[in-house]
Design a protein. Structure first.
Lengths: 131, 131
DNA sequence: ATAAACTCCGTACCCCACTACAGAGTCAAG
DNA sequence: CTTGACTCTGTAGTGGGGTACGGAGTTTAT
């Protein structure tokens, strides 16, 4: 049995059943085949896909943006050139995010360094650098 | 005149007026003093603060998390030790995000490398690696 | 001194991304 | 073959994060 029922997928991916149906409606995962009864029969690969979606969400991508990421590979009308351009654009977006996070991180490190005593925090300097 | 009216702040920070009032209600920016008329008089520093909030949002932090980031410096009951611990926790969170973004980036790079022709995209391999 | 632009508050509404029913049918273990 | 868990569709509700009025008062440029 190489197909999963929705509840199993939900458990493995760590989301609720309703979320899966929602992602299907929104086109973030392909509509799986159904058995006679109407039950969905998911390929095991959908679990990874859902996990990817969750990861990307954590990183501040909207579902629409995640759509774009996912569709990089499947649009049959796109030329390879177009795919490459879109991919590069996504890479650029990601790099911007990484840099912003690194700036944020180093700001927090300054706070850490500047705050080495054990007195009240009001004495603790910095973090005006947060700007 | 070292104080700004809400419309000016909005323009400089690149958000709507309503958003500023909303952030004030939610405690993300301090309530500014008012003139007789009730008009808010913002210190120019609020612009940076709002920009910081927007940046952090882009990176997938919720307003509640941003609160925590911002409050690292101002809780007068916290000891320096507590501030350091919270700060370290935020740094850890940020590092997790950075790593996830870097994985995503290198996945996209593989796609780029694997997709060097100019035929239809359906021929373009990979991106099952997106998992 | 007056019109245009701005601000106030409160309330209501919006979009996104779920989440929770309700009522009916299906499946699998004992 | 029953019973309890699972799934179906559809619709409605929720929480986060704003956004949009409406009606009234304030500022400011001319």
């Amino acid at each position: 049995m190489t197909s999963l029922k929705i509840g199993t997928v939900a458990k493995q991916a760590g989301v609720g059943i309703e979320t899966i149906r929602y992602y299907e409606r929104e086109g973030l995962i392909p509509s799986p085949p159904r058995r006679e009864s109407g039950y969905r029969e998911f390929p095991p690969s959908v679990v990874k896909r859902i996990k990817f979606i969750r990861h990307a969400k954590e990183l501040g991508f909207s579902l629409a943006e995640i759509q774009e990421l996912l569709s990089l590979r499947v649009d049959p009308d796109a030329t390879q050139l177009q795919v490459r351009e879109k991919t590069q654009a996504k890479i650029d977006e990601i790099e911007v995010k990484i840099h912003a996070l690194e700036r944020m991180k180093s700001t927090l490190h300054s706070l850490l360094d500047a705050c080495q005593g054990d007195g009240p925090a009001s004495v603790c300097p910095i973090l005006d650098a947060l700007d």
